[in-house]
Design a protein around this ligand. Structure first.
Ligand code: CTP
Length: 421
């Protein structure tokens, strides 16, 4: 590991699969995240059949080597791993994971994996049959037991005409999870394996006519971050997304909705038998009493008709109600602004609103966000306080939305683990 003043060193290992070209985007994103970081690409010999060393050298700004015989005086097969602060493998092929699981060190990448004590994240890509083969399942289990974060591959079109699980996760998601593991090591244990988690995200839209709607400024990023992290921790995740085009996190089942009515129906359906529900969506409290069948026209000399609104159902309150179908853990989000005053007065008011809301809605946990001054909406970063129905208050400092997601998953996993019956 490096000292406090030394630059952060990231190794991007590239396995020999067609998805090797997407490793270029992983390198680019890591360098864009912090230009002071030193990124070294270590491809396998077969990775270089897909992407040339020159591409990796130009993108990373560093020389590329594959075998342990290059630059022998610098003892690269040991020093690359020793100095790494983070190792990201994309794509991790079945062969590369097999070699890593059995402790082989027959090239620079596997030697680096044996030497490093830094967090290691592997993003697999292969055909579905190879991913589901018992040998690969056993290798993934071994690597996970040893603390390697192995993300599930995404589903979709594979290289041939086939489709299924095996696509390399989106580079955006690979980098987001790698940065989470670097900034907060141990954030991605498999403690939600076997759990079913439903997450809602985005902002609902209430139609005025076929063209217009009443909406809000939610980007969906926080809910997507919760889905990404929960799936990486082993949960079966259904993500109900309202009006957002963000890329689907790997291993997550996406249901697209628009209006509150659609979101309410999809969420009720998905939560049947689920262990946890996380309501990160910004749900419209009101909708037009009637949505016009045709585009509303303005008429010369006449002002607009007043808009009649009716109240939407409260999805969170309804699904928090005690009963046999209630998920064991229900989480709400509250975006609050306070009523002005000093920073401390706003904070106190925001928390008071949060406490009243958790009691009113009947949920177990509530993430309280301050949204005054343009905070939170659409931003990559977020700060919040996590309230529990028992009155606990856990501040989450300003940081990436994946960190808030990890803190939330900690709390959900702990509540599920301590559940009686
Ligand atoms: N929520 C919901 N259904 C609604 C409104 C909100 O499920 N009709 C959920 C949101 O997804 C969020 C939580 O309730 O998890 C709090 O949302 P918020 O808009 O803060 O709640 P409101 O009841 O609208 O409170 P306020 O009086 O502050 O508007």
């Amino acid at each position: 590991m490096t000292s406090a003043t030394a630059p952060t060193r990231v190794v991007v290992g590239v396995g020999g699969g067609i998805a090797a070209y997407k490793a270029c985007e992983v390198v680019r994103r890591l360098r864009a995240h912090d230009p002071s970081w030193v990124v070294t690409v270590v491809p396998t010999e077969s990775a270089l059949r897909f992407v040339g060393a020159a591409t990796f050298e130009a993108l990373s700004g560093n020389p590329v080597a594959t075998d342990v015989w290059t630059d022998v005086p610098s003892v690269a097969h040991v020093s690359t791993g020793q100095h790494a602060d983070l190792v990201v493998i994309a794509p991790a092929t079945a062969d590369l994971m097999a070699r890593a699981a059995t402790g082989r060190s027959d090239d620079l990448l596997t030697a680096t994996l044996l030497v490093t004590r830094a967090p290691v994240l592997m993003a697999p890509a292969m055909h579905s049959e190879m991913w589901s083969h018992p040998a690969t399942r056993a290798n993934v289990a071994t690597l996970r037991e040893r603390g390697v974060v192995v993300v599930d591959p995404a589903s979709g079109r594979l290289t041939g005409s086939d489709s299924g699980p095996g696509r390399l996760p989106d580079p955006e998601h690979i980098v987001a999870l790698a940065l989470l593991e670097h900034g907060r090591p141990g954030s991605l244990p498999q403690d939600l394996a076997g759990r079913t988690v439903v997450v809602t995200a985005g902002g609902t839209r209430e139609a005025l006519d076929p063209v217009r709607f009443l909406g809000n400024r939610s980007s969906g990023r926080q809910g997507f971050a919760v889905a990404l992290v929960a799936a990486a921790r082993g949960a079966r995740v259904t993500l109900i997304a309202a009006s957002t085009e963000l890329p689907v996190p790997p291993g997550v089942q996406l249901v697209r909705v628009s209006s509150t009515a659609e979101l309410a129906a999809a969420t009720a359906e998905a939560t049947r038998g689920a262990d946890a529900l996380v309501m990160a969506a910004a749900v419209a409290d009101f909708r037009p009493a009637e949505a016009a069948a045709h585009k509303i026209k303005k008429e010369a000399g006449r002002g607009p008709e007043p808009l009649a609104l009716v109240e939407n159902p409260d999805v969170l309150a309804a699904l928090s109600r005690p009963g046999p179908g209630r998920p064991a853990v229900v989480v709400g989000f509250a975006a609050e602004t306070g009523e002005g005053g000093t920073d401390a007065e706003i904070r106190t008011a925001v928390l008071a609103h949060g406490r009243a809301k958790i009691a009113r809605k009947g949920c177990d946990l509530l993430v309280v966000n301050r949204v005054d001054g343009g905070r939170a909406f659409g931003a990559e970063d977020n700060a919040a306080v996590l309230l529990s129905r028992e009155g606990d208050e856990l501040p989450v400092p300003f940081g990436p939305k994946t960190v808030l997601a990890a803190v939330l998953c900690d709390a959900v996993a702990a509540r599920l683990a301590s559940r009686v019956g």
